[in-house]
Design a protein around this ligand. Structure first.
Ligand code: PMV
Length: 332
């Protein structure tokens, strides 16, 4: 029996992935850029055990819901196919942050699972192939494999669709202050959302303009230009939500509290603070700023009655294997 334990951070998309060219392999309609979130992680322990009659998956110490277990088994099937084995696996995952509320727990989850399962199966995958594997579990998971600021090129094919680091975590001391307004599990999964993206008349315009936004975002990161980053990040988030609310059926992840936090961020900026907002497939608001003003920004967000908690994250490193937790083999 070979056991491996891996960790991965969630990531916040600065340029969003929304809609697939290939929904099975999660080949995205557009490229995206993200920042890994240090401090938050999924820890996943995987072992292929000859005695098991089926895969067993526990999430936060409880048997996982059937749809999540199916997605995990699909990824394990890929690993088994690559390794030429048929053994079932025991997978135990824990998140040290709220699950399913728009903090990308599926991204960190499938990144950690890919690394742990590949290692436990004896596969030696490089970063590109791990990113490709993670992508098949949940698209955005491919961005939680490399370090820091990460770009996922659409690539258009299984071979070419993967993520790579465009700047190390130390490159820019940005902080993501996540203002939690609700920790209820979301009603509509992002997979369902991707599948209806094309029903919005705005999706085509969003996709056509994506290379321009990616260039602006990449350059803003390279030059540490917060003003340029803030403009493109807010535009991109608004474009994605415009597609969501005009899809068939329409998807509205925002709550009244989400909008009021966004308005507070806009007022903070008017008062001279360098801040911007971005929102994923959930009601919580990610407020980006530089580390010099993070204390002040976080303090102001905590004062708001609609905000229950603020999580502060710096740029995070890549997914990693816990060496001391390796058993049953002699790989280093
Ligand atoms: O990887 P998925 O299927 O959970 O999709 C992620 C979708 C967003 O979080 C809304 C955007 C993104 O690029 O992370």
């Amino acid at each position: 029996m070979t056991t491996a334990t891996a960790y991965a951070h969630p990531n916040i998309a600065l340029i969003k992935y929304w809609g697939d060219l290939d929904p099975t392999l999660h080949i995205p309609a557009n490229g995206s850029i993200s920042m890994n979130l240090a401090g938050m992680f999924t820890r996943t322990c995987a072992s292929f055990e000859p005695g098991l009659e089926e895969d067993r998956f526990t999430l936060n110490d409880k048997p996982a819901p059937i749809p999540s277990s199916r997605r995990v088994s699909k990824l394990l099937d890929r690993v088994r196919q690559m390794a030429g084995i048929r053994t079932h696996a025991l997978v135990e995952s824990q998140n040290n942050f709220p699950t399913g509320v728009g903090i990308a727990s599926s991204a960190s989850g499938f990144a950690a699972l890919s690394l742990a399962a590949a290692y436990a199966a004896g596969l030696e995958l490089d970063e590109k192939d791990l990113s490709r594997l993670a992508r098949t579990g949940s698209g955005s998971a491919c961005r939680s494999i490399p370090a820091g600021f990460v770009e996922w090129q659409s690539g258009g094919s299984d071979e070419e669709s993967y993520a790579f680091s465009i700047a190390a975590p130390e490159h820019w001391d940005l902080v993501d202050c996540i203002a939690l307004v609700s920790i209820a599990e979301k009603q509509v999964s992002s997979s369902e959302g991707h599948s209806v993206a094309n029903t919005s008349i705005f999706q085509e315009a969003r996709i056509t303009d994506a290379p321009r936004r990616l260039d602006i975002c990449r350059t803003a990161i390279q030059k540490r230009d917060f003003k340029a980053l803030a403009e493109v990040v807010e535009l991109d988030s608004n474009l994605m939500h415009a597609v969501m609310i005009t899809s068939d059926p329409p998807l509205l992840y925002w709550k009244p509290e989400t909008v009021s936090v966004v308005q507070e961020v806009i007022s903070m900026r008017k008062s001279g603070l360098a801040v911007c907002y971005t929102i994923d497939a959930g009601p919580n608001v990610h407020v980006l700023c530089s580390s010099e003003v993070a204390g002040a920004v976080s303090g102001m967000l905590k004062e708001l009655p609609q905000v229950s908690k603020v999580l502060e994250c710096n740029p995070g490193g890549p997914a990693w294997i816990e060496k001391s937790a390796l058993h049953g083999n002699n790989r280093d």
